[in-house]
Design a protein around this ligand. Sequence first.
Ligand SMILES: [Zn+2]
Length: 383
Amino acid sequence: VSPELESRLFDAYPELYRARLGAENVAIKTLGIECGDGWFHLLADLSEELVESAIRAGRRTSQSDWPAIVQVKQKFGGLRVYLGLPDDRYTPILESYRLKSHKTCEECGQPGETGRSSHGVITACSNHRTTHKKTKGNIRPIWMEFANTSASNPVLLERSHPMINAMTEGRKEIMAQEIIFDRVSVHPWIGSNYSHPIFLRHRTLILGESNYTEPHLFGKNLVLNCVLDDIDTESKDRDTTGFCKFATKIRRVIFGRNTSITPGDFWNDVAYYNFIQYLVGGKSRERPTQQMWTDSIPAFEAVVSAIEPERILVLGKGNWTNLLGQLVHRPINETTSALEIGGRTILSGYIFHPSSGRGFSYAKWQPVAMQLLKPKDIEQVNS
Ligand SMILES: [Zn+2]
């Protein structure tokens, strides 16, 4: 933020930002607040909430257990605030502002969206997608990268929509994405190497089952944010219990239990999408209704037509049974079928859902996943 805004924050919360004057060379002292002005109001509210929470806990500003912010930065398009002494009491506050920042333009504070730019992942409004200070070129929503590089399917940009033709290139991509996924309430993750994977032999879509979260977090960037959190292995506030735990199991079932492939390697190679397009609940014990299974088919077909996977790894037997019940298919063996989707035949198979409570057997499911996806020998790829 600008020096003026930074001093306003430091003056309003001197004890919270006291590390800037301390003996240790922490980031807040050496680099100041490392994010754009658009997030100033988020930081001001976050600071206020931290102070209120500390007061409620009976902390005093004169004591060393008063929270001390040691770093504020933008990472993967989100606002990250780190405390000198991590304390679980404050984690929900920091997390709620990280999530708010993913919907707030870092430049101007207007509603924004997270996407990939030439300088990494940023969050910007439609006006600042091309002029974001960290962006030299146009911001490209991650899910568009494949569509723009796909020679076989000029699917999106050829749809001649009168509004699209009148727009700049950057805006066109975003419009096209909104049109193609207009029936999709939670957008797929599409890795930057998805069209030319490094560790797999085919364009691979991993099909999860349901979206589970708090109602206020349910939105089109839900999967995107979960994946970015899994990739950000250095983060102190990474949630290793939910999605990251599940992601580790998928990575291991495809590449082997002792694989050295990182979350970043893995996610950049694949696309990921949850089939059920409704908020099923907060916990994976809650089950989708039959109506939800049926109504989610058009969105699934739209995603498959847009990204043209060559392989689909389906997670969960219920998910698989539903697909076989609704799509034309040719069975190949007990776990594999050729599915007809949008005029294309796609070799697909299922494994038990790695989060299923019955205990997940690598011995049983790893051969199924490997047979379908044919991962490359990691040592060969890296040498
Ligand atoms: Zn903006």
